[in-house]
Design a protein around this ligand. Structure first.
Ligand code: FNR
Length: 344
């Protein structure tokens, strides 16, 4: 039983990397930033500090949930944590469900805290888990934050996936009972405005919108099916740009993380302009680690920070908060989406 679960973790990594070059569109190319030709700032004056679920972070991005649960993904977690420690960015582990069920898997997650002793470590579980499981997941990592993922579309395409989705009560209990802040996230299908309304009612404060446009779990789980007969959800969900526009209505109620297909510093800036406080990156960091190892990943993260400072200055912004005032234009399609999306 454990081997079957742990093999799935390796398959996710293998398939995410296999499909990396064929990722769908995250919609951010349809957002154009309007130049500021008198920036009146120097690059050295830019401060990238932001917040993630109320915690101060040195740069507005982090390593999102991916890894753990098998010997191979333990190695990836160790390397990701070394890169996170060297660059002072937070890191989330992949779902700890497997370690709650099979204690022999816990070491593949604990390795993150061991290599990131003083950094922000984010645990991860699915919303089928109750408060006791959430506490155990936090305890396992001495986690500073916990991500709880809502992944109904992934489960539906997964041949061995869950078929019952009674999650709201668990979520409510976790939000009210857990000692560390919780981030509710998708896994690449996007959180809708109607869901945000419900999350608001149960006291959720931090949401990772995780839109369509990067790692595609409909495609990955379909590929894992023996008959590969469930490709109809390959384009299901809201893109990253769409989730950000749809979330603007809730700007005063949540702190937002943007994720889903973030490829470069300009993508990060656009997410912050559209209202995110920070950005989660999974596929790009995994791809870089696989192709260029830890040193390559550290270089990429440092390059992203430098490029962010340059683009902030270009736009005349000294920090992520000022970026939210930058004017932008939307493509006709995105603008239509913005008009059509309904709030109660
Ligand atoms: C993921 N993701 C993920 N999310 C989660 O909440 N729990 C998990 O266990 C995993 N596992 C996982 C494995 C692998 C190999 C990848 C690449 C991703 C989803 C991830 O955190 C993120 O929400 C999406 O991948 C979208 O971001 P990117 O990959 O497009 O940057």
């Amino acid at each position: 039983m454990y081997d079957q679960h742990s093999h799935r973790k390796d398959e996710h990594v293998f398939l995410a990397e296999k499909f990396y070059q064929a990722q769908p569109d995250n919609g951010l190319a349809e957002v154009r930033l309007i130049p500021n030709n008198l920036p009146e700032i120097s690059v050295a004056k830019v401060n990238l500090t932001s917040t993630l679920a109320g915690k101060k972070i040195a740069a507005p991005f982090f390593i999102n949930a991916m890894s753990g649960g098998s010997p191979e993904t333990a190695k990836l977690n160790q390397k990701l944590a070394v890169a996170a420690a060297a660059t002072n960015i937070p890191m989330a582990t992949g779902s700890q469900s497997i370690a709650l069920k099979f204690p022999q898997a816990a070491a593949s997650f604990k390795i993150v805290r061991q290599n990131l002793p003083n950094g922000l470590v984010i645990g991860n579980i699915g919303a089928s888990h109750n408060l006791a499981d959430a506490r155990a997941a936090v305890e396992m990592l001495q986690a500073d934050l916990l991500e709880v993922h809502l992944n109904a579309a992934q489960e539906i395409v997964m041949a061995e996936g869950d078929r019952q989705f009674y999650w709201e009560e668990n979520l409510q209990q976790i939000i009210s009972g857990l000692s560390v802040p919780v981030i509710v996230k998708e896994v690449g299908f996007g959180i809708s405005p109607a869901t945000l309304e419900r999350l608001q009612k149960i006291g959720v404060k931090n949401v990772d919108l995780s839109g369509h446009g990067g790692t595609n779990f409909a495609k990955i789980e379909n590929q894992r099916r023996r008959a590969k007969d469930f490709s109809l959800l390959n384009n299901f969900g809201l893109t990253t740009a769409e989730t950000l526009l749809a979330s603007q209505h809730f700007a005063n109620s949540f702190s937002f993380t943007a994720s889903g297909g973030i490829r470069d510093a300009l993508d990060i800036v656009k997410c912050l302009v559209l209202g995110a406080d920070n950005v989660g990156i999974a596929g790009l960091f995994l791809h870089t680690l696989i192709k260029k190892d830890v040193a390559g990943l550290i270089n990429l993260i440092e390059d992203l920070k430098k490029q962010l400072k340059s683009i902030f200055a270009l736009l005349g912004c000294a920090n992520p908060t000022e970026l939210q005032q930058v004017p932008y234009l939307l493509s006709t399609d995105l603008n239509n989406f913005k008009q059509q999306i309904k709030f109660k």
